[in-house]
Structures are given as structure tokens and as C-alpha cells.
Ligand binder design. Sequence first.
Ligand code: PGA
Length: 255
Amino acid sequence: MRPLIVANWKMNKTPEEAASFMEKIAKYQEEMNPNCDIAICAPFICLDICVEKSKQGRIKIGAQNCHFEKSGAFTGEISAYMLSKIGVKFTILGHSERRQYFAETSETVNLKVKSSLKSGLDVIICVGESLEQKSTAQKIIFTQLELALLGVDIADLPRICIAYEPIWAIGSNKIEWFKRSGEICMKIRSMLGEIYDSPAAASLVKILYGGSVNSSNLISVLSEPDIDGALVGNASLVSDEFLKIIECARGVKRS
Ligand code: PGA
């Protein structure tokens, strides 16, 4: 699968800062590594300007969350349907920071996955264990996957990416765990086959790794055969570093 590099800006950047980032990236459009797909998940208030600035290029713009109802009395929320109407192409769902700080559950992730797909948005579903859950990581991840994908048709799997993000690796700069993450991503693939009772399901989904990825470790991440790309937080905030990360994926050979 073609590598996919996704920036997760989290709660960073004003629309002005987002515009300046997009302009800097656009300058390198011509010489940018053609061998990978690129996406940026911006805060809600920056989505409009990012969509506008990416119109001529190949960078897809995504959100970091959405509400599962189309519209209604949900103060402070933005629906998948609304996002689809401004040119957003996908959304991250179930990020551990949302599970940890905003009471996101695998049940609400499931509602959001179905509503996003229905609205025409592709999704990145985040799964991963905390440090305390490390010894039972596979069991935790299986449950997260099974619940998030409940009622999701196998035909929709090509529109879904799974991001494996061990919570303890996010923002930690720990790089020695990529080998283990590669093994977990391989397990995630077989879990998908099990959940859908079809070995084919495993090959339909892109699996990303997230947690302290940057330009000096991306090659190690992508050298794991079951890791198809990266979800990059901190290192995606500065355009030069993000461009370097994209460049690093140039040598990665994938079918
Ligand atoms: P990080 O964040 O790259 O800063 O570790 C990744 C994420 O949380 O998606």
C-alpha cells in the first residue's frame, strides 16, 4: 500500500498560522515526494482555510473529531455532515486524548464512524493501550476495534484507516518500540480478518502508527511491513519538519 502521512495538529494553530503553513508547503508541491499520500487534520476553525489552500494540491484535509448526529441541539458540536459540506475529506475518531479527557468511548466512536461514512467522510480510527494496559494490549485493541466497527460493512473498509497509537508513546520521544508496534499492527490485521470472518478484510485497511514519529525515525516506522503510514502530532506542526517527514517516505517501497 502507498504510505500515508497524516499530520495531527491537535489544539494548535490559528487560521492565520494554518494558512502560512499551507502556503509554505504549497511552494514545494512540484518537488514533493510523489510516492506517498499526505493529509492534515486541523482544528475546526482552520479547516476552511486549509481546504481553500489545498485546492490545487494533493494534500487532503481532515478533522480531528465530529458529532454523530446530522444536526440538532448539541451545543458546541460539529457534525460529520457539516464537515463534508466544507470540503473536509475525512476525520480522526477515537484519539486517546479524546477518550482520556472527553469521555469518548468505543460506542460513541462507532456512532461517529457510521455517521462519517454515511456523510462521505473517510475515517481514521485510533486504538491503543495505556502503560498500565501494556501486558494486555492485544485484548484492549481487539475490543476497541470490534466495538468501533460494529455494523460497519466490509465494503466500507477501504475508507477506513486504523491508527495504532500506544498512549505511552505519544509525545514521549521513545523510539525503541517500533518493532513491537510493527508486531501489534500485524496482529491488528489478523484481528480485522477475525472480526469480519474474512481474511480479505485484513488487506483492505491501511494501518498507521502514531506516537513520537519524526523525520529521524519515520524510516524505521515504515520499515515494519504491517505499518502503512504514520499519524504525526508534534513533529507535524513546523512546515520544514513536516516536509522532511514526507521526503523520508520517498525511499519506501510498497506494492
Ligand atoms: P505525537 O502525537 O506525534 O506528538 O506523539 C501523535 C498523536 O497523538 O497522534
